[in-house]
Design a protein around this ligand. Structure first.
Ligand code: PNS
Length: 156
């Protein structure tokens, strides 16, 4: 079975990577899909985000990376995907994700599977990492090493 892990991934974090690894252990094939969120403006281009994810998932044989600027469900329909996988860090994530999961289900029948974030990764977000990095704070261990280097290059 083929699952999609969708998100902005601006940039990918250790929290995201943990979800990709766990999804890859449960599904035959996983596509990490860089998807456009009209409510967020980014630090990295879509191409840069994809390349950083590719470098971060190089150890996972059944994971590929793609991007999409339309409705997520249209990508799923075009590729015969019926499962989305996302991580849930908190009740805040749940409130944000529930309507999207229900909308996607209504639009195309695709189901969303939620994995509970590992507790030691629960406070990591792309937004917070970028903010800490902008002020020169330590982001080691929060993001895959190529991403740490890429953020440092952007903010320096
Ligand atoms: O990482 P994010 O920003 O929380 O991910 C949200 C994302 C990109 C998955 C969501 O905004 C999305 O699916 N965008 C694609 C456009 C779409 O299908 N919108 C309707 C969602 S119900």
């Amino acid at each position: 079975m083929h699952a999609v892990c969708p998100g902005s991934f601006d940039p990918v974090t250790m929290g995201h990577l943990n979800i990709f690894e766990r999804a890859a252990a449960q599904f035959d094939q996983v596509t990490v899909l860089v998807t456009f969120n009209p409510n967020k403006s980014g630090m990295f281009s879509s191409e840069e985000r994809m390349e950083l994810i590719r470098q971060s998932v190089a150890h996972l044989d059944n994971v590929m990376v793609d991007s999409w600027s339309g409705l997520l469900v249209d990508y799923c329909t075009a590729h015969g995907v019926t499962a989305l996988v996302k991580g849930l860090r908190s009740a805040l994530d749940y409130e944000y994700e529930l309507p999207m999961a229900q909308m996607n289900k209504r639009l195309s029948g695709v189901d969303t599977f939620f994995l509970m974030t590992d507790p030691e990764l629960g406070y990591i977000s792309s937004t917070l990492c970028k903010e800490v990095a902008r002020y020169g704070g330590d982001i080691d261990g929060l993001l895959p090493p190529p991403v740490v280097a890429a953020i440092r290059a952007k903010v320096s």
